[in-house]
Design a protein around this ligand. Sequence first.
Ligand SMILES: *[C@@H]1O[C@H](CO)[C@@H](O)[C@H](O)[C@H]1NC(C)=O
Ligand SMILES: *[C@@H]1O[C@H](CO)[C@@H](O)[C@H](O)[C@H]1NC(C)=O
Ligand SMILES: *[C@@H]1O[C@H](CO)[C@@H](O)[C@H](O)[C@H]1NC(C)=O
Length: 287
Amino acid sequence: MVYTMFSETRRRYTTFILLITSILTAWYVYVPVPEEFEEPWKLRLVETTGRTIRHLAVLGESLGMGDSVKLARRLFDIVMLDYLPSDSNITMKDTSVSDVPIRIYAPIAMGTEPLPAIVFLHGGGWTIGGVKMHHDITKTVSSRLGIIVISVEVPHDEETEIYLSYVDPDSLPDKFKPDDYKRHQPVTVNQTLWNEVKDVMLNSTFSPLLKHDLKGLPNAYIMTVKFDVLRDEGVLYAQRLENAGVPVDLRYYEHGFHGCFNLHEIPGFHVSKVAMEDFLAYAAENL
Ligand SMILES: *[C@@H]1O[C@H](CO)[C@@H](O)[C@H](O)[C@H]1NC(C)=O
Ligand SMILES: *[C@@H]1O[C@H](CO)[C@@H](O)[C@H](O)[C@H]1NC(C)=O
Ligand SMILES: *[C@@H]1O[C@H](CO)[C@@H](O)[C@H](O)[C@H]1NC(C)=O
């Protein structure tokens, strides 16, 4: 009898804890997303993972485990599972050139004929991101096309980290803004810092969109997505290349969001798969 009462209390207690945990989880995971998203729950999962990493990184920093940006980068590398799934078509080698770390993907069935190669410079705004985080893309491109892919670890030095935390899209010259241009959110620019970095930010080697003469550049494939603060720059750059007579293939994905290209395998967004297949078809024809 005593035992039954005890287990009844415990059962209620467990149910209560489960209920509270579920409510808290739902509250943490649920974020409103625009209605046109095809796979809102997958997106919420990705967003929650990113947010959790940022929270853990900030917590880590307050516990004295190091800089939060570097901690976040390490955590992203871990969740991207760059060693999985293995692929029997290719080999992968981490090495370096002039002290810059690179990863080379090459087909196993490589003959003596020279193969085309793609040099891949990853995204991540010079802060988050790296070779491992983009493995999903580089591995697939090498494996499916049977070509070499060289993925370069873009350096994350303190200076570029600072530059990028203050970049204001409104600082682009007016002539590159369409009439209905709206910036996505107000940004307070630190004028002192802006004065220090503007020579680099407005240097066309660093920002090719600002280059006056784009004639003679190689054919370009430009992919932009609707839900991305970088969409406008992609479209504008494609237009400028076209005006300069450079053959451009501009693809625009209505259901895409920032960073979706390297999520075609895990968790496998539909839009990411379509974008990957389109790119592979273009590369197979043009390399
Ligand atoms: C391996 O290469 C073949 C073409 O040689 C391709 O059809 C297949 O999709 C590749 N496998 C993977 C996992 O990419
Ligand atoms: C603005 O930037 C300068 C130079 O990096 C820095 O010393 C200063 O603390 C910044 N001010 C604010 C309000 O962040
Ligand atoms: C832009 O940057 C490149 C590479 O660092 C440099 O060679 C060039 O002189 C710079 N141009 C200007 C106008 O500062």
